[in-house]
Design a protein around this ligand. Structure first.
Ligand code: HEM
Length: 268
């Protein structure tokens, strides 16, 4: 019975993307055409089972306000910097050892001996500074264009949490090379945190893994740096981009000075 139903469905359901019938005398399709067709079929196959193309169209094809300019690319640039950190971080984690006796040596090994190690470590180190610079520039764009106002307040708040988490990434990553500079800088940072009011002492203890900087501090920083915070950042970026797609981006402030009807006429 089920087999028969399946056969009837197969025979009566047209394929999502049907191949164009061959014209008389037309040469057989080349490799490029076959590859194109295979791609279309694969996308059709996945879409038939997931209906994801609607969501894809909703996300990708949208009108943007007149006057959108290069400053609107700063959010995507920050996203790119985060992805760079994630990809290079995965390769660094293949060699890095977060034990107090092996951390410095494993970082030295990455730079001096591992294949492309110096390059990947450099991309991660300079990429972290780039991410901090870009996130500030993006935030400044949002602020000066008034894009934090109704109905985008929640996206601003998510952005603030993303900013704080980016700082936590910088702080926890700084300790990992475990050289003199990173060791003493982290002791200073943990002591400053502990001197804060109310939650300060608890946060300090949490960071150090106790009252003193000890062997657990490094593994704690490592797990916060490579598991906890990147996971939170990825989830929050998802929410941030959902809201951007849902609410659209704000027009530049100088266009808002125009009469609404005039603005509507000029909208592309
Ligand atoms: C990991 C960090 C971040 C990523 C990947 C990110 C990504 C993006 C992207 C791709 C957009 C749309 C394009 C654009 O306007 O540039 C956007 C818009 C926005 N972002 Fe961020 N962002 C981040 C951090 C922040 C921060 C720190 C804030 C503010 C505190 C913020 C607030 C906003 C707001 C309010 C919008 C809407 C802008 C509008 O409607 O014109 N974002 N973000």
């Amino acid at each position: 019975m089920i087999k028969k139903l399946g056969k009837t469905l197969r025979e009566n359901t047209p394929p999502l993307v049907s191949p164009r019938p061959k014209r008389p005398g037309e040469p057989a399709p080349g490799v490029a055409d076959q590859a194109k067709e295979a791609g279309i079929h694969t996308v059709g196959w996945i879409d038939e089972r997931t209906s994801l193309s609607g969501a894809g169209r909703w996300l990708m094809f949208r009108k943007v306000p007149k006057g959108t300019n290069w400053f609107y690319t700063l959010g995507s640039a920050t996203l790119f910097a985060f992805l760079n950190q994630a990809v290079t971080g995965v390769f660094l984690a293949m060699y890095y050892d977060p034990s107090p006796t092996r951390a410095y040596e494993s970082a030295r090994y990455i730079t001096n001996d591992a294949f492309l190690g110096e390059f990947v470590r450099g991309m991660h180190k300079w990429g972290s500074s780039m991410m901090v610079i870009l996130i500030f520039l993006h935030m400044a764009r949002v602020f000066f264009f008034g894009a934090y106002k109704y109905p985008r307040e929640l996206n601003w708040v998510i952005g603030v949490v993303l900013l704080i988490l980016t700082f936590v990434m910088s702080l926890t990553g700084y300790l990992l090379p475990f050289d003199q500079r990173s060791y003493w800088a982290t002791i200073v940072a943990a002591n400053i945190t502990a001197s804060g009011p109310l939650a300060g002492p608890y946060l300090g203890d949490f960071l150090r893994g106790g009252a003193e900087f000890n062997a657990t501090t490094l593994s704690r920083f490592y797990s916060i740096h490579m598991l906890l915070v990147p996971g939170l950042i990825a989830a929050l970026i998802g929410a941030h981009l959902y809201l951007v797609a849902r609410l659209g981006t704000t027009a530049p402030p100088w266009l808002k000075a125009q009469e609404p009807e005039q603005l509507q006429e000029e909208r592309v």
